[in-house]
Every structure is written in structure tokens, then in C-alpha cells.
Design a protein around this ligand. Structure first.
Ligand SMILES: Cc1cc2nc3c(=O)[nH]c(=O)nc-3n(C[C@H](O)[C@H](O)[C@H](O)COP(=O)(O)OP(=O)(O)OC[C@H]3O[C@@H](n4cnc5c(N)ncnc54)[C@H](O)[C@@H]3O)c2cc1C
Length: 463
């Protein structure tokens, strides 16, 4: 309990005057459900509130700001760096009640949504209109659009289409003072003043609560061709990515999963994937003629580099199985390791992928940690995954030391400590090493402008 009991009782009463009383959660069990996300971290909120309108959020934030109570916005809690953990207690604002798709406009190629819309629900609804929104985190079944925006989520299609920041045209945001601002526009172009939209994208709930988003959408491509390639060594799979780019081809996705994931997927889903060191999945989209032509070229490159089994998915089931293999890589590995997972997230220049894979394996071995690798390899984005039993501090400590040593190595390769999972708590101590002192000072100054009382998701991103 972070707040004094008497004050908490008063705050709860005030919250119940803002939202219906059943949307104010106070029991230990209810609050416990909001004490974790998909990271290692844990902290109990004093109270959870579930608003359904921007007006309710304004009142909640004004109350929190007046009383200087920490406030943590939360979508589905799937982030992997501790972003949704209320480290200083206070109020968790569960945004999943604001889950309406307000507009899909095929002519203007936009969709307007509330932040609690689940990614997969939007994907399905857009598909009915022949459209899609390119960011596609593998957590699609549960993560929210607000969470994806706050984390600048990427996913598989980021290779061809870019990450969330490239697909948000405008936002409505409740600032930590309770003021509501609009950023960007409903238009495909807009350069009216500073780009506040991009400032909020990836700000991890530290600058305000997103209450509405205007998304840029695209027509679904006419054709999608999927293929897989097996490799005896993951480093060779990494090299294949550079070779594909050198010919001027940029596929829609290039994903790699390591042997530990392949075995785990086969054991659970019986997909019969080849049990080699690394499996690559490639998607090409465009017109039928385009994808056919490109597929032939890609197959030749893969063969020349040393892929041992190159297969095109020829039926809907084969297409779905390959996609499922990639999407199920996290849960399958979780099931196989029988422990919680720490999923790390780095990005390296694509030509450094082989070295990054080697380094991740060497350092994990040094710290006596089994490791699986999932990579959005086309972006140079690798996710080393370590099992950890969070009941044992020694195990957590070893995972964190391994993560820190690998982070230093990735920076030396010219990489970045965060590609798409944000900084949260996990990486707060490393951000200065990537950007330097001055850049962090600038970020802190920006934070103070938005949030003079430091109430909005405090303790994150080293702010
Ligand atoms: C199995 C699995 C697979 C994943 N795969 C990917 C992947 O492929 N690519 C990828 O990029 N990520 C991936 N992730 C990470 C995560 O799912 C994404 O970051 C996701 O977008 C988070 O959405 P969420 O609704 O769960 O947000 P939460 O975890 O609830 O919150 C994330 C952050 O956003 C803030 N926030 C939430 N809603 C709002 C709002 N309305 N206004 C302001 N701030 C807000 C929170 O305070 C927090 O800091 C994966 C996670 C898991 C568990």
C-alpha cells in the first residue's frame, strides 16, 4: 500500500463519483491482476479505475494531479519491459473499456479508434473493408492499439512497412494536467507545427493518456507468398538477410526462429518443422506476377547462401502453419522451458546479424542460461529469450547480468538496446549509454513540460 489508508478511502470515493462504482477496483485480488505485465517486475496499485470516456479520464487525471498521486495507463499488460507496472503505486487506469472502432474510411485510407481496441479485432474489421494496418505485434490476440502506440510496436511486417510511428496520423491525448490536446490531423499529410504525434508514439505512457487515434491504413495486397528455409547455422540465416537486400529485394517479412523454438513448437503444435539450427520464414506481397518473380530470385539467393530446405507454402493450411509457427514461438518456448520468460529486444545493422547471434549465444552460455532466439531478422531485430524462475532472486540476477552484458555488446556492434519493446524499467539504466547524458537531459526537460508533478507513469525510461 503506497497511499495512506485515510487518503486512499477519500480518493476511492472521489473516483466512484467519476466512473460507475463497479469500475473502481479495490480488492487485493483485483489489484493483484494489475500488478504484473509480461516482464519480470511486480508492484501493486492502490486502486484500479476503468474509464469509458475521455471526460472520465480528464476528471481522473485532474484528481491525481491535484493530489500528486502516480497514475499508470494500461492496455492489455503484454509489454515486456515493465512499462505497465505501477512502481510507485497509485492509480492504474485500465483503458480496455474504451474499445470502439469509431470510423473506417476506405476512401481516405484512415481508421479512427479508441485506444482499448484489441489489435486483432481491428485487423479483422479492417479486412472486411479490404484494408490493413501494418504494425503487427505477435501479441495481436490481446494487445491494444493504445499500448502499441505507447510502445511504438513493430512486429513482422515492419520490414516492408515500418513500425507504429509510421502509421499514426493523429492523436487525442489527456495530458497529466487534465488538459486535452489534439495532435496531427485526419489527413495523410500534415506539418502544422512540431510533430507531437511522434513524440507520444513510443512515450510509454509517461507524457499523457491516449484516448483516440487516427491510423493510416492500406488496401490489402492482391497476393501474399510465403516460404520457409532451413539452415544448419543461425549465423548463415543472418547472412542470408543481407544477401537478399543486396539484390534490391525487400520482402514483407523475414523472421528467424532458433532450434529451441522449433523443437518447442513441434512438441506442442506438431507442425513437423525441420529441426535445424534456424528456420527462416519469408513473406512477399504485391501483385501475383510480382511475388512470383521475386520468390524465384529469393529462392536462388537462399540456395546460394546455404539454405538446406527451401519450401513455398502452396496451400492455405501450409501458409497458416508457417505463420502459426512464428506467432506461437513465444508461448511454445514458455511451455517448453516451464518457467517465466525474459524476452529481450535489440536491433543491429542487418550486416551484423551473424555476429549478434553469436554474441547472444556466447554470453548466455557464460551465464549458464539456456536461450532461444526469435528475430524479426529483416529489421536486424533480435529477441533472445531466457527462462527465469522469478521466485529465485539469484536466477533473476543472472538473467539481468546476462542482459546487461549483451546490451553492451550490441551497442558496440552499432546497435540499439530497444527495437520495439521500449525501455520501461528493464532498460532504464542503459539508455544513457546509447544516447549520452545530454539527450537524456532533453528528454527529462520534455517530461517536465508535460508533467510538472511527475505523476504520469513515474519511474520509467529513466525520466
Ligand atoms: C507473446 C508476446 C509477443 C509480443 N510480440 C511483439 C512484437 O512482435 N512486436 C512488438 O513490438 N511487441 C511485441 N510484444 C510486446 C507488447 O505486446 C506490445 O508492446 C504491445 O503493443 C503492448 O500493448 P498492451 O495493450 O499490452 O500495452 P500495455 O502492456 O498495457 O502497456 C504498454 C505501455 O503503454 C502504456 N499505455 C497503454 N495504453 C496507453 C494509453 N492509452 N495511453 C498512454 N499510454 C498507454 C502503458 O503505460 C505501458 O507503458 C509482445 C508481447 C508478448 C507478451
Amino acid at each position: 500500500m503506497f497511499m495512506k489508508q485515510r487518503k486512499l478511502v477519500q480518493i476511492i470515493e472521489k473516483l466512484k463519483n467519476i466512473v460507475r462504482s463497479e469500475h473502481v477496483l479495490t480488492s487485493y485480488e483485483e489489484r493483484y491482476c494489475y500488478s504484473r505485465d509480461a516482464s519480470l517486475y511486480w508492484a501493486m496499485p492502490d486502486v484500479v479505475v476503468r474509464p469509458h470516456t475521455t471526460e472520465e479520464i480528464v476528471e481522473i487525471v485532474k484528481l491525481a494531479n491535484k493530489e500528486k498521486i502516480p497514475i499508470t495507463p494500461r492496455g492489455a499488460g503484454t509489454n515486456l519491459t515493465g512499462g505497465a507496472i505501477p512502481v510507485k503505486g497509485g492509480i492504474v487506469v485500465d483503458m480496455t473499456g474504451m474499445n470502439r472502432i469509431l470510423e473506417i474510411n476506405r476512401t481516405n485510407l484512415i481508421a479512427v479508434v479508441e485506444p482499448g481496441v484489441v489489435h486483432e479485432d481491428l485487423e479483422k474489421e479492417l479486412a472486411k473493408h479490404g484494408l490493413f494496418w501494418p504494425p503487427d505485434p505477435a501479441s495481436t490476440y490481446s494487445c491494444t492499439i493504445g499500448g502499441a502506440i505507447a510502445e511504438c510496436a513493430g512486429g513482422m511486417r515492419a520490414l516492408k512497412y515500418g513500425t507504429t510511428r509510421d502509421w499514426v496520423l493523429g492523436l487525442e491525448v489527456v495530458l497529466p494536467t487534465g488538459d486535452v490536446i489534439k495532435t496531427g490531423a485526419m489527413t495523410l499529410k500534415n506539418v502544422t507545427g512540431f510533430d507531437l504525434t511522434r513524440l507520444f508514439v513510443g512515450s510509454e505512457g509517461t507524457l499523457g493518456i491516449i484516448t483516440k487515434a487516427v491510423l493510416k491504413v492500406r488496401p490489402l495486397p492482391e497476393a501474399l507468398l510465403r516460404m520457409s528455409a532451413a539452415f544448419y547455422e543461425i549465423e548463415i540465416a543472418g547472412l542470408a538477410v543481407s544477401k537478399i537486400f543486396e539484390t534490391g529485394i525487400v520482402p514483407t517479412i523475414i523472421e528467424i526462429i532458433s532450434i529451441e523454438c522449433i523443437r518447442a513448437i513441434n512438441e506442442w503444435l506438431k507442425l513437423g518443422l525441420p529441426e535445424v539450427d534456424a528456420l527462416m520464414v519469408i513473406d512477399l506481397d504485391g501483385t501475383r506476377e510480382e511475388v512470383e518473380k521475386l520468390a524465384g530470385k529469393v529462392e536462388k539467393i537462399l540456395k546460394d547462401v546455404g539454405a538446406i530446405e527451401i519450401k513455398r507454402a502452396t496451400t492455405a493450411k501450409e501458409m497458416e502453419d508457417l505463420y502459426l509457427a512464428r506467432r506461437a514461438a513465444y508461448p511454445s518456448t514458455f511451455r517448453a522451458f516451464r518457467k517465466s520468460l525474459t524476452v529481450d529486444d535489440f536491433c543491429v545493422p542487418v550486416n551484423k546479424l551473424p555476429e549478434a547471434f553469436r554474441l547472444a549465444r556466447e554470453i548466455s552460455k557464460k551465464w549458464r542460461l539456456p536461450m532461444a532466439i526469435i528475430a524479426h531478422a529483416g529489421d536486424g531485430n533480435i529477441h533472445p529469450i531466457w527462462p527465469v524462475d522469478v521466485r529465485y532472486p539469484e536466477e533473476i540476477d543472472r538473467v539481468l547480468k546476462c542482459h546487461t552484458e549483451l546490451s553492451h555488446g550490441i551497442l558496440k556492434l552499432g546497435g540499439s538496446i530497444s527495437a520495439e519493446h521500449g525501455i520501461g524499467i528493464l532498460k532504464a539504466s542503459l539508455i544513457e549509454e546509447e544516447y549520452g547524458k545530454k539527450a537524456i537531459e532533453v528528454m527529462r526537460a520534455i517530461k517536465r513540460v508535460f508533467d510538472p508533478n511527475d505523476i504520469m507513469n513515474p519511474g520509467k525510461i529513466a525520466l
